[in-house]
Ligand binder design. Sequence first.
Ligand code: MN3
Length: 227
Amino acid sequence: MKKQIIFAIVWLSTTLVSFAQVTQAPLPFKYNALEPYIDSVTMNIHFNNHHAAYVANLNKAIEKAPQLKGKSIEQILLNLSKLPVDVQTAVRNNGGGHYNHTFFWSILTSPDKSKMSPALEELITKTYGSVDKFKSTFESQALSRFGSGWVWLVKGDDGKLKMFTTANQDNSIMDVIKVPGKPVLALDVWEHAYYLKYQSKRAEYVKSFWKVVNWDMVEKLIGIEKK
Ligand code: MN3
């Protein structure tokens, strides 16, 4: 009897895994961790409805494209242009949505933990003149993005930091986007990310974002060498 139960559990778990190739990792903080800057209701809806929907729809697209089975999300986005057009659009939107949101959660943290180290401050000052100039450039990019999209800070192949925006769920690791670079910071400027708390005031949301940036993660991603 025991053996049968164990067999059933093993069968069930492998079957479940094969149904969903891409899974949503748990949120790395509590829903209310970013209060008062990002409220827990918005976090809950953003994670459990929006992000979860991208994951579900990406898995549906993968079912139609056997060549994607077993591939990581990074591998999928790096080779997006090779997919047939009908699958490509679904993977671009939903694979991009999954990658971008997973990345976004990783660079957020509670306000008490959001602190820029002197080393990162030095690098940003060297690149943008000052931390304030860096932030105001980022903010104006966020406001200039018409409709839905993202603002990015990436580390280019030349090691330099670059800032730009993308539409919809596009990002710089997709081979269909001609701004290559490894993301180190990102901001979701889709209305669903801020509308409950900030309504149409995107500028206020963008300013609040600075209170919850996980600068330790940003520094790690840039790969600043410890002196
Ligand atoms: Mn979003």
